[in-house]
Design a protein around this ligand. Structure first.
Ligand code: S3P
Length: 460
């Protein structure tokens, strides 16, 4: 996607790629032989956003290797540039020359966060405690998503938000001049909301305190420490209290981004479903607050082996080896949702081929993702001939040998598109999807990688 000749070119190419959602229908067909190979998936999306944001707020240079060059992250890069940070590419690495906390400057134009809820919500936190005026928008999917969950806590620091009815984007933000530190208990398990509050706290004098009744991914806490902030975490029952000391001097740091476990999930499930397959996914992030899917797959009987477990830049990583397995149904407790919140569509595909009836519990948060993922996942399975029910916030999947042969509507949702393409690797008749273009938001090169493993994905 990026050219290496000059920075102007990089900016222009990224912008072009981001604007060009030419609809790409695809057909996925059962391959004639098993999937096999050893691959790396692109960098972790959550960590990539944070590396660019913290780099922009630090003093000195941040070097990021393994940054996800997907559209969501390029939106964050563009926004941090518009706020005054210098961001460039150096070979395969990215360099950020930060402005220091409080040093961001007002953007001249609207900040367009594209399809990315994480970019929008984390940036809202940063902007809330910078005395600048900005306007933020996003694509048709992001403009439907609720921003109240960040506006509510952030306005207490003194920022003024004006959003469309229903607290939707576009919204304007006048950041506080002397932001107050926040004390906030998360009403929903959301790492985005936790991170937004912590990011606002970076430019507030005193201690910012976030209580999360259920632990959510802790990449912000880990990376804040890595950049020199004081972050204390106390366990409280099942949850945690996080305390950040405001106005630290963040120092530019080196960040190595692990492979995204949420992206690795797609080839892993494909390997489990296509008879005879054996795949290795190298250097996958294995932060325990992200590995709920692996726990579920193991409970279903999956052959998943972690080789070479190691630490890299404060995060655990390892190589995941997966062998085809006849899976059994699973009952997934609601408490596991935060550690696998993005993996339900692909887990649902695994359940469709499992022996017995699976129940995935407590999926209310899926309704406010890039699409209504609860309804869309059920519709995807039905399109492939699977018997599915939604009971309250639970998804019930009757497993077996799905016939396939249907068309899946992906609703501008990358994870539905990738799940449906994996689905078609194991159904009797091929599956089609209306549009694969949004896969670029999180997993550039997905189709090529899957084809390299032996998957059959073609233009219809
Ligand atoms: C993310 C948190 C999760 C997840 C999203 C990335 C993050 O969202 O779904 O893809 O990087 O903090 P919620 O905070 O809404 O659960």
């Amino acid at each position: 996607m990026l050219c290496c000749c000059c920075q102007t070119c990089i900016v222009m190419l990224s912008a072009c790629a981001m604007e060009s959602h030419h609809i790409k229908p695809f057909k996925a067909t059962r391959p004639s032989s098993p999937l096999s190979g050893e691959v790396s998936v692109p960098g972790d999306k959550s960590i990539s956003h944070r590396a660019l944001m913290f780099g922009a707020l630090a003093v000195g240079q941040t070097r990021i290797s393994g940054l996800l060059e997907g559209e969501d992250v390029l939106r964050t890069a563009a926004a941090m540039r518009a706020l005054g940070a210098e961001i460039s590419r150096d070979g395969a690495d990215w360099l950020v020359a930060g402005r220091g906390i409080g040093g961001l400057t007002a953007p001249e134009d609207v900040l367009d966060m594209g399809n990315s809820g994480t970019a929008a919500r984390l940036l809202a936190g940063i902007l809330a405690s910078h005395d600048i005026f900005s306007v933020m928008t996003g694509d048709a999917s992001l403009r439907k998503r609720p921003m109240k969950r960040v506006i509510e806590p952030l306005k207490a620091c003194g920022a003024v938000f004006t959003a469309r009815p229903g607290d939707r984007l576009p919204m304007s933000i006048q950041g506080a001049r002397d932001a107050l530190p926040l004390t906030y208990t998360l009403p929903v398990a959301s790492a985005q909301v936790k991170s937004a509050v912590l990011l606002a706290g970076l430019n507030a004098r005193g201690i910012t305190e976030v209580t999360e009744p259920e632990p959510t991914r802790d990449h912000s806490e880990n990376m804040l420490r890595h950049f020199g902030a004081q972050v204390q975490v106390e366990t409280l029952g099942k949850g945690r209290v996080i305390r950040l000391t405001g106005q630290p001097e963040l120092r530019g740091a080196d960040v190595t981004v692990p492979g995204d476990p949420s992206s690795a999930a797609f080839p892993i499930v494909a390997g489990l479903l296509v008879p005879g397959s054996r795949l290795t996914i190298l250097a996958v992030g294995l932060n325990p607050l992200r590995t709920g899917l692996f726990e579920c797959l193991r409970e279903m009987g999956a052959e998943l082996t972690i080789r070479n477990p190691r630490m890299q830049g404060g995060e655990s990583i390892g190589d995941v080896v997966v062998d085809y397995t006849q899976l059994a149904a699973v009952d997934v407790p609601a408490e596991r949702a935060p550690s696998m919140i993005d993996e339900y569509p692909i887990l649902a595909i695994a359940c469709a081929f499992a022996r017995g009836t699976s129940r995935l519990r407590g999926l209310a948060e899926l309704r406010v993702k890039e699409s209504d993922r609860l309804a869309a996942t059920a519709a995807m399975l039905r399109a492939g001939g699977v018997l599915v029910e939604i009971e309250g916030d639970d998804l019930i999947i009757h497993g077996g040998t799905p016939a396939g042969g249907g068309l899946v509507e992906t609703h501008m949702d990358h994870r539905l598109a990738m799940s449906a393409l994996v689905f078609g690797q194991a159904t009797h008749a091929p599956m089609q999807i209306d549009d694969a273009s949004f896969i670029e938001t999180s997993f550039p090169g997905f189709v090529t990688l899957m084809r390299g493993l032996g998957a059959s994905i073609t233009a219809p």
